[in-house]
Design a protein. Sequence first.
Lengths: 138, 157
Amino acid sequence: MTQIEALQTTLAAEHAAVFVYGALGARTSQSGQPALYQGVTAAYSLHRARRDELMAQIDAAGADPVAAEPGYALPADLDSATAIRRRALALEKDAAQTYAYLVANATGATRAWAVAALLDAAVRGLGFGGRPERLPGL
Amino acid sequence: MSAPPVPLHRRAVVALGVGLVGLTAAGCDDSDGAGPGQPTQPPVDADSALVNRIAGALLETAATARTIGAAVPALADVGDRLSRLHTRHARELGDTDDPAPSQVNGSRAVLQRRLWRAEQRLQERLVQATLDAESGALAQLLASMAAAVAQHREQLA
């Protein structure tokens, strides 16, 4: 596994996260669930920024960044705050796994970037009802 | 978002960590070998000094948390949770020692600040060790430990 391949895998995961967070945001009421709305919106912005950073890193390395799929499967049950929170937590756990994987397959600045992303995903998941784990991302 | 395949399952990562400090890598299977999809694995002893240093830092911080928890009833639960977390992380690295008892003095506020600082320092050391590790699998394990400390710090804030 080369670092570029690991970055491409991480980018593919971030494409999906951006799509799903967009869908979660569309199903969250800004007035009725302000805290959840803020959390989902902040997560959407962050994952979009990460996606763009990954594309830039891959591009700078001379490779073509993997494109997003036309669409991603969404769970049918997203009509309650609890379901949205649960889905957001699952996204952050997946993100933690993805970045732990990138840590293992990267060096230097890319590894440092992946560690920061892993820590952020682990902590961000707490805001969606997650509990501290012994080894987040593994 | 579906996560990519995790390159090493936890058992294999732990086995690698144990191998790094020269203990028996019991339970280590063929998936530990380098190959497509596997993290980089340098010679076994390339990271042993780093592993020893981090295991020591984990046990030292565990001792601090335990001692402060014992001294301040309001911090007993937190101190116990942190001490157990760090001790288990040290075990992941193959260190089977118990945290050495330590002594603390000061008011609740002083000891609470000391506990927070110790946790912050440990997280920073784990992150730095992640960057210093030659082995990708060890880096992954250390990064995960740092994330666990970050989660606990967030809950304490």
